[in-house]
Design a protein around this ligand. Structure first.
Ligand code: SF4
Length: 424
């Protein structure tokens, strides 16, 4: 079977720069076939691995579990990461000998009718910094990975829901996605305006009924609501900082805290102690008094109140970064359906919209920890890398309590307030 055509991001560059970041933050689950392959590589005889150190660990609570992952070193990095920051399997046996998950990263492939939409994970610093060759000029390399990822008899799934009640076919769903993407292509308006317009537009989609709006009528309808949104939020509008409601602030901090975590297997002590410390941390994020509990080594404990002041205008480099981030995630369908806990389009976009204030809140935390009250682009780059690690991958965000948190923030209009509050 020839692989389906790819939808590639046209504004994103990427090549691996061997920073070893991914080998330090991810838990790599392997298939039975990969386990067998790695065992045949005889790492028990390789002097670079400490004697007696297993390279594969069994996971799952049941004694009969057949799930396995790569082991970690004591500092949390992958057992195969060497002193030069390179993969031992790659160095000794070549890239195809590595687990597929390592070969795929930072790409993410999502069904888009009879095509495959390609997105990237901004947890990779090279993706954030747009380093390397244009992704749309790497079609052959990406196709090879897609061929390995897709099952032999791949059959495209049905289009995901637009809302919890409405589903369009793939062609119309892709039209809706394409129109949403256009908001982030606008270069003559500020990113904040484009994001707020996109939210208002998605709200109109949420309120509409699509029984008779299909095909050409859908084109007209999408155009009409885009114009209505542009009139509602003119490009030159001055944006005031509007504080979120008290409840909205609590819901947001709990969400941002989840994005700021570093929940890898290696650094998580499991059991009662961990549950108690999670509970204490949740209470602190709820009441926001005193210092922010440092959720990972990167953060310093600074008062919650420090992050609520204005940190100034978004630097122009960050405007461009966010526009690129949203375009890659939208074109790559990386916010709903199969890519995002099977959540419908509208709800998925509210989650994606909240990434902006969450990243900005984390960036402020980084800046405040270094004694600054204005942001530099590096703060935002790093915050994006921390937060996007979880986007679509941490099971927490697909859980009912998290989904209802996002729905509440959207109903109370707090998402827009949070954007204006933490975006300037
Ligand atoms: S995080 Fe990105 S640049 Fe760094 S090693 Fe992994 S893929 Fe390469």
């Amino acid at each position: 079977m020839s692989s389906p055509p790819l939808i590639l991001p046209v504004i994103q560059n990427w090549n691996c720069h061997n920073c070893a970041g991914c080998c330090k933050q991810h838990e790599i689950e392997i298939t039975a076939e990969e386990k067998e392959r790695i065992e045949k590589q005889r790492w028990d005889e390789d002097k670079s691995i400490p004697e007696g150190q297993p390279v594969i660990i069994k996971t799952g609570l049941s004694p009969t579990s057949k799930r396995y992952r790569l082991a970690h070193q004591s500092d949390g990095s992958c057992i195969f990461l060497n002193e030069q920051g390179l993969c031992r399997i790659h160095a000794k046996f070549g890239e195809p000998a590595k687990p597929l998950a390592c070969q795929v990263y930072p790409y993410a492939f999502h069904p888009a009718g009879n095509q495959i939409a390609v997105s990237l994970r901004f947890s990779c610093p090279s993706v954030v910094s747009n380093l390397g060759k244009r992704v749309d000029q790497q079609t052959d390399e990406i196709k090879k990975i897609v061929d390995q990822v897709l099952p032999k008899r791949y059959k495209a799934p049905a289009a995901p829901g637009l809302t919890s009640k409405e589903t369009l076919g793939w062609p119309d769903t892709l039209k809706v996605v394409g129109t949403l993407n256009q908001f982030f292509e606008m270069k003559d308006t500020r990113f904040l305006i484009n994001l707020l317009r996109a939210i208002s537009w998605v709200e109109l989609i949420e309120q509409s009924r699509f029984e008779t709006i299909r095909g050409e009528r859908l084109d007209e309808f999408l155009e009409l609501i885009s114009q209505a949104t542009a009139q509602e939020i003119p490009g030159d509008r001055k944006l005031d900082r509007i504080a979120p409601s008290r409840l909205g602030g609590i819901q947001f901090r709990l969400l941002a805290a989840q994005y700021a975590r570093k929940d890898t297997f290696a650094d998580s002590s499991r059991g009662l102690t961990r549950r108690f410390s999670l509970l204490m941390s949740a209470l602190k994020f709820t009441f926001a008094s005193g210092g922010i509990p440092p959720l990972q080594d990167r953060f310093k404990s600074v008062p919650f109140s420090l992050l609520e002041a204005s940190f100034g205008e978004l630097p122009p480099e960050c405007e461009k970064l966010f526009a690129r981030y949203y375009r890659v995630k939208i074109q790559g369908l990386h916010f709903f359906g199969a890519a995002y806990y099977e959540i419908p389009f509208v709800e998925g976009f509210y989650h994606l919209a909240l990434m902006f204030p969450a990243i900005m809140w984390i960036a402020r935390w980084i800046a405040a920890g270094e004694g600054r009250s204005t942001l530099i682009p590096e703060d935002v780059n790093e915050a994006m890398s921390i937060a996007d690690h979880h986007h679509g991958y941490s099971p927490a965000f697909g859980m009912p309590h998290f989904r209802s948190r996002v729905r509440n923030l959207s109903r109370s209009q707090d998402i827009k307030k949070l954007i204006s509050w933490y975006g300037q």
